[in-house]
Design a protein around this ligand. Structure first.
Ligand SMILES: [Zn+2]
Length: 250
C-alpha cells in the first residue's frame, strides 16, 4: 500500500474482455483501489459503525487529502465495490469485501513466505508485502502456500483468509492494555505496521503464542507490568500494548 497513493483520476477497467478476468471474475484492480478496499476493511474491523467508514478517517489512515478519498469513494461506488452515502461514509459491497479479503490474503501469505522461507525478520516483512500484494498471481500464491504447508496465520499472528474469504474469529480477544491485573494471557496477534514497535515487543518477549502474566496494569500511568514465563518482570506502555491482542487463559 502506498500511503500517499493518489491515483483516483486513473481510469479503471470495469469491463474486461473474456479471458482477462481475475479469480473473482473481474479485471485486475489498480493498487490504489486495492489499498482503499483494504483500508475500509481494516477501519471497519477497528469499530466503524455498522460497517460504515467515513471518508475523513479513510483519508487520515491512507495519508491522502480528504478530496482524494471523496473522489475514490465515488469511484468505488461506480465500480460496484462499495456503497457511498455522502456525509455518512463507505460500506464495502459483497464484491468489494471479497476483493479486500483477497488483498489481505496476498499480504499475509507474502509476509509468511518472506519470514519463513527467506528468513526476513518480522519487523520488515510488512513493508515488503505492501508492495508485493498487488502483483501476486494466483499461481504463485498457490505455490507459496504449498511451500509453506498452508499456514493459517502470518508472522504477526493475523489469520490468513481462505480463498473463499473465511477465517477463524478470535472470540474473546482483547487489547493487552485492557487486560486485568492478576490474569494469564496468550498473545494472539500483534499489529504489523510499525517495525520499531515490533522490535520493542520482541525484546520484551511479546510475540504471538507467548504467555504473559499481567502483574500490574496502571491505567493512569499507562503502563503494564508483565511477568514472562521465566519470571522476569517487564514494563510495557499502553501505546504499544494497544496493538497487541490477547486471550485470557483459564
Ligand atoms: Zn502486514
Amino acid at each position: 500500500m502506498t500511503k500517499d497513493a493518489d491515483a483516483t483520476s486513473a481510469p479503471e477497467a470495469t469491463l474486461a474482455p473474456l479471458g482477462a478476468l481475475g479469480p473473482l471474475g473481474r479485471a485486475p484492480l489498480s493498487p490504489a483501489v486495492e489499498d482503499y478496499l483494504k483500508a475500509i476493511y481494516a477501519l471497519r474491523s477497528e469499530g466503524g459503525a455498522e460497517g460504515v467508514v467515513n471518508t475523513q478517517s479513510l483519508a487520515d489512515y491512507l495519508r491522502v487529502a480528504p478530496a482524494s478519498a471523496t473522489n475514490m469513494a465515488k469511484k468505488l461506488a461506480s465500480m460496484g465495490l462499495a456503497h457511498h452515502t455522502p456525509y455518512r461514509g463507505l460500506e464495502l459491497s459483497e464484491t468489494g469485501e471479497k476483493m479486500a479479503l483477497e488483498v489481505v490474503r496476498h499480504h499475509r501469505i507474502i509476509e509468511t513466505f518472506l519470514a519463513e522461507v527467506l528468513g526476513l525478520s518480522w519487523d520488515k516483512v510488512h513493508d515488503e508485502a505492501e508492495r508485493w500484494e498487488h502483483v501476486l498471481s494466483e499461481e504463485v500464491e498457490q505455490l507459496m502456500m504449498d511451500k509453506l504447508g498452508h499456514p493459517t496465520r502470518d508472522p504477526h499472528g493475523a489469520p490468513i483468509p481462505s480463498r473463499e474469504g473465511t477465517f477463524p474469529r478470535d472470540e474473546g480477544a482483547l487489547y493487552l492494555c485492557d487486560a486485568r491485573a492478576g490474569g494469564y494471557f496468550t498473545v494472539i496477534q500483534v499489529a504489523d505496521e510499525d517495525g520499531a514497535t515490533l522490535r520493542h515487543l520482541e525484546s520484551l518477549g511479546v510475540r504471538p503464542g507467548a504467555r504473559l502474566f499481567v502483574e500490574r496494569n496502571e491505567k493512569v500511568e499507562g503502563v503494564l507490568h508483565l511477568k514472562s514465563e521465566n519470571g522476569e518482570i517487564r514494563v510495557l506502555g499502553h501505546a504499544p500494548a494497544r496493538g497487541v491482542w490477547v486471550q485470557g487463559v483459564r
